[in-house]
Write a protein that binds this ligand. Structure first.
Ligand code: 13P
Length: 257
């Protein structure tokens, strides 16, 4: 099963509109030259409009970092799937920073994933265990639960939309922003032994083999190729290193093989 490599930059809470414009202008020429990879930039909400204009006519996708699940309503400070879909094709859902600092649960992740798919957005669904869970030997249980509950009730939608309709990112929390990535083999083992089997349970074997599963957590230009050399790892969700144009382009090049 051929899965097109996928690399997304999660800018987190970095870059003003002016800074975003500058970074995108540095990224576009280098990224556009790399056809073999699906490339996505996820700036903060405030920069999405400017980013959408700069990326128009390129093959570089735009994603949001979060959204609400309701289409509209009295939810001060929230952004709806309809608003995201006006500007973006992708949306990150359930990032560990959302789970840790903003009370997101498997239930809210599931609502958001359903809402994203209903708007034709491609959700990038994040899962991963904390250091404490890892050390307690709970990785398999935690990751399986997050995938199972986060993606529950979607079999009909995915049957229609296909395996490309969503992406899963395995981001062990202890590897995020720490400069201490998982080993490539360790990450591949979680994908092979936990994530794909749960996807198969939910959507069938064929679909499970077609879903792109990314690794995230301290990916940089030096280590990216090791992750991409693993057959089970289809790309990366990159934080800090996605804020540096030359380094992000090198990571995308590594994914192209
Ligand atoms: P870092 O690449 O900065 O570790 O962040 C990873 C991440 O959280 C991407 O979503």
């Amino acid at each position: 099963m051929m899965r097109k490599p996928f690399v997304a930059g999660n800018w987190k809470m970095y870059k003003t509109v002016a800074e975003a414009r500058h970074l995108i202008s540095e990224l576009v020429p280098g990224l556009q030259a790399i056809d073999a990879v699906e490339k996505v930039l996820c700036p903060p909400f405030t920069a999405l409009l400017a980013a959408a204009a700069l990326l128009e006519g390129t093959d570089i996708g735009l994603g949001a970092q979060n959204m609400h699940w309701e289409l509209s309503g009295a939810y001060t400070g929230e952004i709806s799937p309809v608003m995201i879909a006006e500007l973006c094709r992708y949306v990150i859902i359930g990032h560990s920073e959302r789970r840790t600092y903003f009370g997101e649960t498997d239930d809210t992740v599931n609502r958001k994933v359903q809402a994203a798919l209903a708007q034709g957005l491609t959700p990038i669904v994040c899962v991963g265990e904390t250091l404490e869970e890892n050390e307690a030997g709970q990785t398999a249980d935690v990751v399986a639960r997050q995938v199972r509950l986060g993606l529950s009730g979607l079999s009909g939608v995915i049957e229609q939309a296909g395996a490309g309709a969503f992406v899963v990112a395995y981001e062990p929390v202890w590897a995020i922003g720490t400069g201490r990535p998982s080993t490539a083999q360790g990450a591949a083992k979680v994908v092979r032994e936990i994530i794909r089997p749960v996807l198969a349970e939910l959507f069938g074997d064929m679909t499970a083999q077609g879903v792109r599963v990314l690794y995230g957590g301290s990916v940089n230009a030096k280590n990216a190729a090791e992750f991409f050399a693993e057959a089970e790892i289809d790309g990366a969700l990159v934080g800090g290193a996605s804020l540096k144009a030359a380094e992000f382009i090198q990571i995308v090049q590594a994914a192209a093989g």
